[in-house]
Ligand binder design. Structure first.
Ligand SMILES: NC(=O)c1ccc[n+]([C@@H]2O[C@H](COP(=O)([O-])OP(=O)(O)OC[C@H]3O[C@@H](n4cnc5c(N)ncnc54)[C@H](OP(=O)(O)O)[C@@H]3O)[C@@H](O)[C@H]2O)c1
Length: 445
């Protein structure tokens, strides 16, 4: 790229200087001279908001830049506001204040965008600027831009992904025989997992990211997306063992898919975040550790696949920096996917029943397998024996919708059978005949 003659100074207000924010500060410092030379933009940190001003920092600031005063931060004369705090407040207040002033807003915050992204983008449009949130989904993997810009003429049929690196890291350790608490502790030791990893393991974090992608791809309001969310707790170890017994590997998969149910109703979108047993050699099964992977089906012979570091300070800050550059050097206003124009965003999915059918792998307490099988038979669902692991017997159902198996699962739960459930997508189902073989699996605790 050639050098530019004029340099424009862009004043940046940054909220949050933790794992991600501090890496953005470092990136601005290290890459600033080259950005200035190539793009003619000099980013100048006007103010950085933190909670504890006395906390030791790994990056240095000019006097007066660091503040813990939210009002002073909001009053900052800045050309762009970046938010890397997380959660709804004060992130939402910062976003609204920035956009109301006609300043672009850049964020890494999926909770904020899943809950308020629609309103924030409307506010941004009304002020002729944009809200940028590449870093909010899959960290350093540029999926937002691919869906929002590259594939913006659609149609997108399906997006599925491993969107939570912490959960995937834990599942990878479980399939190597580690205990759940040791796997979580290791994720925390390596800095992937929060002190409370519940949002990662129960699927809420992936659900927020999926809601953002479904919004961009299909125009479904994140708030009204009908989404079935089942995380890996409390049955992660059992399910992991059951997955190996069925000849596959367990992953927490986020998926949204558009169907044309009937001409009159137009398309409906089904979405889920749930454990799926995948064929061991499939790309998602081979996605190990904290990696993220997304496959986008645009109706082409193969899906577009993106994979990479879904978290971590450096990759996430790179996504923030890319957005910061786009926000301040491009005139492009909000560029939604074509689905935005085609579909109403309100109540789109509220009456929608998920009709997707799948085979299900179901573990029940050893000794109750035959009873479970006859309950499925009573509900008209064929269920074959799939093996046993210590403490559990496993069944594989014929392909049926979730709404068909859910009542049977509830009745088994009520009778103490402790059903553990994953969708099954192994190509060759490993169905066994009676008597159930005992599959030797090391069980901790
Ligand atoms: N970490 C990742 O790998 C990753 C990946 C993708 C996206 N994200 C997203 O990036 C955002 C930041 O994550 P992070 O890991 O950098 O978090 P973090 O390390 O906990 O840092 C949070 C920062 O926000 C500041 N802060 C917290 N509450 C505040 C408040 N009420 N007022 C003012 N400042 C406040 C903290 O101040 P102190 O420094 O004084 O404590 C800290 O500087 C989140 O939305 C997260 O979901 C993170």
């Amino acid at each position: 790229m050639s050098e530019v003659n004029h340099t424009k100074t862009v004043r940046v207000a940054l909220a949050g200087c933790g794992v991600v924010g501090s890496e953005l500060v470092r990136a601005l410092h290290v890459q600033g001279p080259r950005i200035e030379m190539e793009l003619g933009v000099r980013f100048q940190l006007e103010r950085v908001l933190v909670r504890r001003i006395e906390r030791p920092r790994t990056v240095a600031f000019a006097p007066g830049v660091l503040t813990a005063d939210l009002d002073a931060f909001l009053a900052t004369e800045a050309d762009v506001f970046v938010e890397a705090i997380g959660g709804l407040e004060p992130a939402q207040r910062i976003a609204r204040a920035a956009l109301s002033k006609g300043r672009p807003f850049v964020t890494a915050n999926k909770v904020l965008i899943a809950a308020e992204g629609e309103d924030l983008c409307s506010l941004a449009r009304a002020r002729g600027v944009d809200a940028h949130f590449e870093a909010a989904v899959a960290g350093g993997v540029p999926v937002v831009r691919v869906v929002r810009e590259y594939l913006c003429r659609g149609p997108i049929r399906r997006i599925r992904g491993i969107l939570n690196g912490t959960c995937n890291f834990v599942l990878t350790l479980l399939e190597r025989g580690e205990r759940l608490e040791d796997a979580i502790a290791e994720a925390q030791r390596r800095g992937f997992a929060e002190a409370d990893p519940a949002r990662d393991l129960d699927g809420r974090d992936a659900a927020d990211k999926l809601a953002i992608l479904a919004w961009l791809a299909f125009g479904v309001s994140p708030r009204s997306l009908a989404l079935r969310r089942r995380g890996i707790l409390p049955d992660a170890e059992r399910l992991s063992r059951g997955a190996s017994a069925a000849g596959g590997r367990l992953r927490l998969i986020a998926e949204c898919e558009a169907f044309a149910e009937c001409e009159a109703d137009g398309e409906v979108v089904s979405a889920s975040v749930e454990p799926i047993v995948l064929a061991s050699e499939s790309p998602f099964a081979r996605t190990v550790g904290e990696e993220n992977r997304i496959a986008i089906d645009a109706g082409w012979p193969w899906p577009i696949e993106l994979a990479g570091p879904g978290a971590g300070g450096v990759p996430t800050a790179a996504a923030l920096l890319a957005d910061l550059i786009q926000a301040t050097t491009s005139r492009a206003a909000f560029a939604p996917h074509v689905a935005f124009a085609a579909l109403p965003t309100a109540d789109h999915a509220s009456n929608h029943v998920d009709l997707r059918v799948h085979a299900w792998l179901i573990g029940v307490r050893a000794g109750l397998v035959r009873e479970a099988r006859s309950r499925f038979a009573d509900a008209g669902i064929a269920a074959a024996l799939a093996g046993a692991t210590i403490g559990d017997g496993w069944l594989i159902t014929a392909p049926v919708s979730w709404s068909c198996i859910a009542p049977v699962l509830r009745s088994l739960e009520a009778d103490g059978a402790r059903p553990a459930v994953a969708r099954l997508e192994t190509e060759e189902l490993r169905v066994v005949e009676e008597p159930l073989p005992l599959i030797a699996v090391a069980v901790g605790g």
